[in-house]
Design a protein around this ligand. Sequence first.
Ligand code: FAD
Ligand code: FMN
Length: 442
Amino acid sequence: MLADSAIALAAVAVWFILLWYCWIRPSRRHRKPAIQIASAADTTAIVYASQTGTALHLAQRTADGFGQQATLLAIDAITPAQLSEFRRALFIVSTYGEGDPPDMAQQFYRAMSAHRQEERKLEGLEAGILALGDDDYQHYCGFGVALETWLRQQGAALLFNTVKVNRCNAADLHLWETRLADHFQVVLGDEAPFHAWTLVERTLLNPAGLGRPCFELTWKPANDQIPPWSAGDIAQLRIGDAGETREYSIASVPAEGHLRLLVRQHQAPDGTPGLGSGWLCAQLPVGHQAKIRIRPNPLFHAPDDDRPAVFIGNGTGIAGLRSLLQERINRGHYDNWLIFGERSRNTDFHWAGLLESWQQDGYLQRMDLAFSREQAGKRYVHHLLQDSAEAVANWAARGAVFYVCGSKDGMAQDVDRALRELLGKHGYEDLVDRRGYRRDVY
Ligand SMILES: Cc1cc2nc3c(=O)[nH]c(=O)nc-3n(C[C@H](O)[C@H](O)[C@H](O)COP(=O)(O)OP(=O)(O)OC[C@H]3O[C@@H](n4cnc5c(N)ncnc54)[C@H](O)[C@@H]3O)c2cc1C
Ligand SMILES: Cc1cc2nc3c(=O)[nH]c(=O)nc-3n(C[C@H](O)[C@H](O)[C@H](O)COP(=O)(O)O)c2cc1C
């Protein structure tokens, strides 16, 4: 009798373990982080929509300033209707593409459009907006502006005019701090400081290259203490005494013991060297120091689990992809597909030996390369996607995350068009909505 009960108990336990591994665990892995909207009426919602992490970082700092009185929410964790549960909401949003919302806000944006004007569902909501943008673009702060118009249509009370921030400049950001202090008596904590790093090596990777020179820059912290960061994070560098900063994708992981960047030396059509890349590639002597700060970019981090991942990029975009691949390999996640393009295999295939060895060792399941100047017709990474239409659909169906890193003009636009075409409207929207499409393009 006792033995029968023990067997029955063991069978039930095995059944639960199987249930956990086959059903509950996989479905948990692919869900977006669940957000608890606890006692919403009493708290201020801090809602962020970010592509490369800047708005997310500012939202975190703002939420920290509010302390217990705020709930930090990713815009894809909330619906427009749920906003009515709050008395007050602050939106910190960037703009992407040509005046479009960031990828993570696309679902919310579709829902915004579906809400009809006369519904005025958000009467009683007090709102404020911080809109990040770049006035070089035609639709400056386009998504922030669209959000403001929609909130007004919905009957929300705007507490102040939308604070627009051009290229993260300090004066515009100061206005946001003033608004927070005036309206909520909230003071933001200090920004993370810059630290001194020594340039220990600078190597020209494409001496006979067809394009502009690309340098691998290797840095060690001046105090010899490697700080933590994650693959996908961004290095912000102070450029000499110019009072300007420039951002670069980090190409290494801390376990490698140094910070590696891949910088293309820019030149204006009149021959003027790029301010940042000129200083880094030609002026700063090896052995000298620069001030660097690491900006976390969690939206571009590698997945924690072993789901498949497709890495697409061109040119210096291989920097961000290299660190992500290294992190995947270190975690034992080998279901990786790299799709990379440059001009010529012989002169511009950065880190060719390493990438080929990763493929031979089984860390990369597939590597497809497009060298645009090596045949009569130009070939680019989006052609590789089109050539592998079935595989792209299969990887997406297996839950793969697609990373894109490199040129925003040309490459990223063509890749986007190809993915829309190959996955169809629903497949593409599903990819975006499950945060399976992550882009660090510049
Ligand atoms: C997230 C991110 C990652 C990047 N990763 C890489 C990388 O891995 N490798 C790489 O080579 N490049 C990378 N870049 C591009 C890099 O930041 C610089 O734009 C590039 O080096 C050219 O800058 P420059 O100062 O040499 O040229 P400049 O001619 O001085 O600048 C180029 C143009 O950009 C404008 N500009 C760029 N940044 C700013 C800013 N912060 N403030 C004001 N104006 C600005 C300038 O006014 C000018 O119009 C990245 C950019 C971003 C946003
Ligand atoms: C590919 C790309 C497209 C962009 N499009 C616009 C735009 O149409 N309008 C605008 O004002 N800013 C545009 N920006 C600038 C971003 O909004 C700005 O850099 C912002 O600080 C990014 O914040 P995030 O890191 O939170 O996404 C664009 C930036 C990139 C890289």
